[in-house]
Design a binder for this molecule. Structure first.
Ligand code: A3P
Length: 327
């Protein structure tokens, strides 16, 4: 169905889609979508129409620079958190993390570090700041990254999450994003789709594995993180990220407690209770509060049956067999 009402959130719209994207879609395999009725399989991964438009435009027009930093996640892996931490680290000279005027207290982290494919979905020639490092985020699978990213030395930070928690998080999130007239998805239906690999920018396991392998191949340029490790050893992980960005904390900064200050500023409790994150919508139309639910490890136990958990574990074991990656 063609949605032509401009008051409809952007992520539900398809009227701005280019002829090129429409032509491509007509040749792609289809499946049931999580938020809109249909998803399409492009280069081995599933996308809603508006996202596919963004992927195509990003591939065609983006020029990576060696100094760029690209934050990559599959949806619901902790992107909101990774964006906040990365923004706080890379901008700490300009914006001291203890400042009461810090941009993270006034803006949602998805506004400060937008998804680059969303930017390109709307505008093939966006203007980005020229001051390095430029901080971008994306959900785009490794295979679909623009050639210029593959050919540059830009840094990629990938964050993954236990598939059981990720699935539960995605189930809740996408139901919040679905327009009322489409009704809610059932957990059983979405579980079957997820296991089949039909997920936003999925199959999830293929998304993770490609970046995992790249991190093994090019550890200086690709850093692989886990949401669970960030929760369990936040200080170690934040120091690792700062070092990877080429701006490790100085002795003075450490003495002043910068790591705890960054973790406090970016914590679930702090960010989720800010007015700016509780109210309103992102420029792309998503409710800001939908990005903050529980922020815990192991919430899957409250939702998945023992059989569902076992099935996800089996798929994960099978998919990651021999890769060295475990959860
Ligand atoms: P839950 O739904 O399990 O609570 P993404 O940012 O990739 O969309 O992922 C959203 C998930 O990260 C949600 O998980 C959300 O609650 C959690 N999250 C958001 N901000 C966080 C933070 N500052 N610290 C830890 N987890 C956070």
């Amino acid at each position: 169905m063609e949605i032509t009402d401009p008051t409809v959130p952007k992520y539900l719209q398809n009227f701005q889609v280019s002829q090129e994207c429409k032509n491509l879609i007509s040749s792609l395999p289809e499946e049931r979508g999580w938020v809109v009725p249909t998803m399409y399989k492009y280069q081995g991964f599933w996308h809603h129409t508006w996202q596919l438009q963004g992927v195509l435009s990003f591939q065609k027009h983006f020029h990576a620079q060696d100094t760029d930093i690209l934050l990559v996640t599959a949806p619901k892996s902790g992107t909101t958190w990774l964006k906040a931490i990365s923004f706080a680290i890379t901008n700490r000279i300009k914006y001291p993390v203890t400042s009461s005027n810090h941009p993270l207290l006034k803006n949602n982290s998805h506004v400060l570090v937008p998804f680059v494919e969303h930017v390109y979905a709307e505008n093939p020639n966006p203007e980005f700041s020229e001051t390095p490092p430029r901080l971008f985020a994306t959900h785009v699978p490794f295979v679909s990254l623009p050639e210029s990213v593959h050919n540059s030395k830009c840094k990629i930070v990938y964050m993954c999450r236990n598939p059981k928690d990720l699935f539960v998080s995605a189930f809740h999130f996408t139901n919040k994003l679905r327009p009322q007239y489409m009704g809610k998805n059932s957990m059983e239906d979405m579980f079957d789709l997820f296991c089949k690999g039909v997920f936003l920018y999925g199959p999830y396991w293929d998304h993770v594995l490609a970046y995992w392998n790249e991190a093994l191949r090019r550890p200086k340029e690709v850093l692989f993180l886990k949401y669970e490790e960030m929760k369990e050893q936040p200080g170690t992980q934040v120091r690792k990220v700062a070092e990877f960005y080429g701006c490790p904390f100085t002795f003075e900064e450490e003495k002043e407690g910068i790591v705890d200050a960054i973790l406090g500023l970016c914590s679930f409790e702090r960010l989720s209770n800010l007015e700016v994150n509780k109210e309103g919508y992102l420029p792309t139309g998503e409710m800001k509060q939908a990005y903050f639910r529980k922020g815990e490890i192991g919430d899957w136990k409250n939702y998945l049956t023992a059989e569902m958990a076992e099935e996800l574990d089996m798929i994960t074991e099978h998919k990651f067999q021999g890769s060295g990656l475990t959860f």
